[in-house]
Ligand binder design. Structure first.
Ligand SMILES: CCCNC(=O)[C@H](O)[C@@H](O)C(=O)O
Length: 339
């Protein structure tokens, strides 16, 4: 299975005093840019190259299944990714002037999405854990230390309330504008961006970690990890009818963070555009199965980073992988969410 974040996009929104408005973006807010399309086309080429010999050269609908959140930027990222993975050759060409073939991208309506959108907002116990997180020393120190800075951002941006979450949004908007050559207002110096970045990453760290990580993960990313483990176990089952060799999930930065915190391998940084977490199931000589994980978060290096589950070797026996992750897999999430 592979999980990736969509590619480069326009900001989700503007802050009140932002000189740039939705009309300054070719497709408006929250939309995949051509840079984002290229990023996923390239990731698709990487995946096909990496799995040459495992996946058939030609697209085979029995071998790969793609699911995306029902959001334009993730649906379009998956389409660009598949254009990179499976350009048609020979008999697959349906239009000689077009090196592209349609490949299904599955999804579910946003209000029914429970696998790929995090944090899920249907869990009172998780809300309680987040309220408790905001009372921890580490959170209070972070907000106290940056009190004047947050106040300055509030005044400059015209935001009614500023907290760690809304700071994420200001950083995101300024980051997207800078990436697309839009000059920031004078108050946005490089040190302001650096502090915003630290606070933004802190926002990701507290989302599923820092305080009661395991319980937060049981209620959030553990749902996705449970599904991935089921995919791996089915593939390893002797009588495996499952022909699907690769499950691909097209999602968001918070999806990757939720999953990586459940695995206790999160590096504390927002996953970059088109970053990709890979699980590979390998069969050993003796017939047993092992899981290897990789995280491709830097396209300047040719190979993705190996990622080890804490307490297990990089090539982790499937049974150990299941045992070591059991504590973040919810047994009865509805019950665990009640307060
Ligand atoms: C409220 C906006 C939430 N942000 C998103 O959905 C983005 O896709 C974000 O998750 C990302 O990966 O950029």
């Amino acid at each position: 299975p592979g999980l990736y974040r969509h590619g480069d996009r326009s900001p989700i929104k503007a802050y009140p005093t932002d000189p740039y408005k939705e009309s300054d973006w070719p497709q408006g807010f929250g939309q995949l840019s051509q840079e984002g399309m290229k990023q996923h086309f390239e990731l698709g080429q990487f995946l096909t190259k990496r799995y040459t010999g495992f996946l058939s050269e030609d697209y085979d609908r029995h071998e790969i299944f793609i699911r995306s959140t029902d959001v334009d930027r993730t649906l379009m990222s998956a389409e660009a990714n598949l254009a990179g993975m499976f350009p048609p050759n020979g008999s697959e060409v349906f239009n000689p002037d077009l090196k592209w073939q349609p490949i299904p991208v599955h999804t579910v309506p946003a209000d029914e999405e429970k696998l790929l959108s995090f944090p899920l907002d249907d869990c009172p116990r998780y809300t309680q854990l987040m309220n408790e997180t905001e009372k921890t020393d580490i959170f209070l120190n972070m907000t106290e230390t940056n009190k004047a800075f947050i106040e300055m951002v509030k005044n400059k941006t015209g935001l009614e309330k500023t907290n760690i979450e809304t700071i994420w949004s200001v950083y995101d908007t300024l980051f997207c504008e800078a990436k697309h050559g839009m000059r920031p207002p004078d108050w946005v110096t490089s040190s302001v961006m650096e502090t915003l970045k630290v606070l933004k990453n802190f926002g990701f760290q507290i989302m599923f970690g820092v305080y009661k990580r395991k319980e937060k993960c049981r209620l959030q990313g553990g749902l996705l990890l449970d599904q991935i483990i089921k995919n791996l176990s089915n593939a390893a089952a002797l009588d495996s009818k499952q022909k699907v060799k690769m499950m691909v999930y097209s999602a968001h930065d918070t999806t990757i963070v939720a999953l990586q915190e459940a695995l206790n391998v999160f590096n504390g940084l927002q996953p970059p555009y088109a970053s990709c977490h890979l699980f590979e199931l390998h069969q050993e000589e003796n017939g047993t199965f092992s899981v290897e994980m990789f995280y491709r978060n830097d396209t300047n290096v040719s190979e993705p980073y190996s990622v080890s589950l804490p307490g297990c070797s990089q090539r982790c026996p499937l049974q150990d992988f299941v045992n070591l992750t059991r504590e973040v897999i919810p047994q009865d999430r509805n019950k665990e969410c009640q307060i």
